[in-house]
Design a protein around this ligand. Sequence first.
Ligand code: PTJ
Length: 245
Amino acid sequence: MAEIPESHPRRNSLLSRQKLVDAQKKGMLADSALIAHGRGEAFDYLLGERSALGAVNAVKEVVSRLNAAKNPVISVNGNTVALAIEELLLLANKIGCPIEVNIYYRTPERMNALLSHIESVRASLGIDVQILGSEPDGLIPNLEGPRAKCCSQGILNADAILVPLEDGDRCEALINMGKEVYVVDLNPLSRTARMATICIVDEISRAAKMMLNLDDNDLEVNPNFDANSSRESVLEEMLNALKRN
Ligand code: PTJ
């Protein structure tokens, strides 16, 4: 890829695109991954590619809850691995939870590509995080097809699950299992965003960096956290950007 000047206003966005193109070449992504990313970019454009206050507050609450959970797990798909696996591995290490590869468009080739990439990043970081997904031994109830497959040591028995860029059906099925489901989705209007216990309306690489950089002293669960207000406040920022023309 051509060198992008540090001063380029859309530098981060261009770097993210390149990460996805590279991951696509390694066979890690769904065919529609770049389309999904493009939808996210449209919302991010309205945010000025910056994290809104509602997202900052949601990040703090989500990490506090993951930290306090009995069996937390971080579930990753193709796009998430391409954009934020290093930060999420470090977060899992900090929280002491596994990472599970759980993809919507599941094929053995993609699972292998994702698992071996995560394993090599884990090894280069020199951390000890359990990586699940290669041998699913459970099913998410009321979901058809391979997307229901999951691991009993991870998603199946988790009480709290961080699952960026989740699909609406699976989010609903996980909620119906009685879990706390925290998602990251730039579209504040998606079914996933509205259904999750908490939606961080932000770009996954920025959200993952924020999660990792939180001070331990700032972690405190707020049982009255208003997830709807936090989501709507980011939507409001997007609407204001449109009104400003
Ligand atoms: O790896 P797989 O097989 O699990 O497939 C992953 C994708 C993302 C292709 C699949 O889950 C999918 O098709 O997702 P959707 O239904 O298109 O939803 C993706 C959501 O993520 C949309 O609401 C986008 O706005 C949002 N999104 C896209 N890129 C980002 C994002 N949110 C945060 N950060 C991003 N970088």
